[in-house]
Design a protein around this ligand. Structure first.
Ligand SMILES: [Zn+2]
Length: 324
């Protein structure tokens, strides 16, 4: 009984907080002589309730979000510097580096140490970008700006949300447990804008729905004399609680998802990447890289299959909501 209502965020797109149990656990766990394991489960549950009541974010309890992962070169000047699931990417150029995603507030030291483990300087990060304005991808931005003064560039319709620390997010806004430090945006991006630094060119594709300004990044990467198209998917996912029909979460959300799938299907992809490692099977591909497969992240068919599967899930959910 104890612990049955405890629901930790286990998938990459579940609501990133612990949900409160239906009932406050009582002392019966001990009175009934439960095992020490069950007792500790009760204690954990109590702690989580207290933390949640205090407005403390406990998203980090999804272990893959905070478990360190070896930083690695994906191809050319493109590197992975995230955790086991929260992806962060570093584009290295002679004029300084571009970081995509600041992740959780607690992720900043992990990202810094990943960058340094590759032999680069954290302070050389000149530009900070994000996949979308949810706290698992942007809560560390204020700290990174404060520490090294990177210029923060964000898609237009995500700007209000990052600048008010998540407060006006259509799904998770107005909750202390979902807010995070506000960060001022230095450049407002629009669909198709380019971010250039030291010869690197990143293109911002607006792929809205998951957030209003969700962004898929593309860039060309040169590796061993070949050129590859890298695609870093912002998120095509319809989270639990999102309303697509009837009284939509925001006007036009279903049309935004339609636009997103059109955009994703039209992109040419060699290097398949995304805001969470789980989107593209990062852990398995990294193992192949370690075994000498230099093309481990080249996966155009995996990209096409992922987008098709996510689109099918969206259409099923849309149909279900339209029939209700
Ligand atoms: Zn998200």
């Amino acid at each position: 009984m104890c612990g049955s209502a405890l629901k930790l965020p286990v998938s990459q797109e579940t609501i990133p907080i612990v949900q409160l149990p239906q009932k406050i656990p009582d002392e019966r766990c001990h009175a009934l002589g439960m095992s020490s394991r069950r007792s500790s489960s009760c204690i954990l549950r109590l702690m989580l309730i207290l933390m949640a009541l205090a407005g403390v974010r406990v998203a980090a309890l999804n272990p893959d979000w905070t478990t360190p992962f070896p930083a690695h070169r994906i191809a050319g000047n493109l590197y992975y510097v995230g955790s086991r699931d929260l992806a962060a990417f570093l584009v290295v150029t002679p004029a300084g580096n571009i970081l995509i995603n600041s992740n959780l507030e607690s992720s900043v030291p992990q990202i810094r140490s990943s960058i340094e483990s590759l032999g680069f300087k954290f302070s050389d990060t000149k530009i900070l970008l994000i996949s979308h304005a949810h706290l698992d991808h942007d809560a560390g931005s204020a700290a990174i700006k404060r520490l090294i003064g990177a210029k923060y560039m964000v898609m237009d319709d995500d700007v209000p949300v990052v600048e008010d620390g998540g407060w006006t997010d259509f799904a998770y806004g107005h909750k202390k447990s979902e807010s995070y430090p506000k960060a001022k945006v230095d450049r407002v991006l629009h669909d198709g804008d380019e971010v250039r630094l030291g010869g690197a060119v990143l293109v911002a594709h607006k792929t809205p729905g998951h957030t209003r300004g969700c962004t898929t990044w593309t860039m060309k990467v040169s590796d061993h004399g070949k050129s590859y198209d890298a695609v870093i998917i912002g998120s095509p996912n319809v989270n639990p609680g999102y309303r697509l029909a009837g009284r939509p979460s925001y006007p036009g959300i279903a049309e935004d998802y339609e636009h997103t799938f059109q955009t994703l299907k039209a992109l040419h992809c060699d290097l398949f990447l995304g805001a969470h490692g789980a989107y593209y099977g990062m852990v398995g591909k990294y193992a192949r890289l370690q075994n000498g497969d230099q093309n481990a992240f080249v996966d155009p068919s995996g990209y096409a299959a992922y987008v098709a599967e996510r689109e099918a899930v969206f259409r099923k959910e849309l149909k279900k909501q339209q029939s209700q």
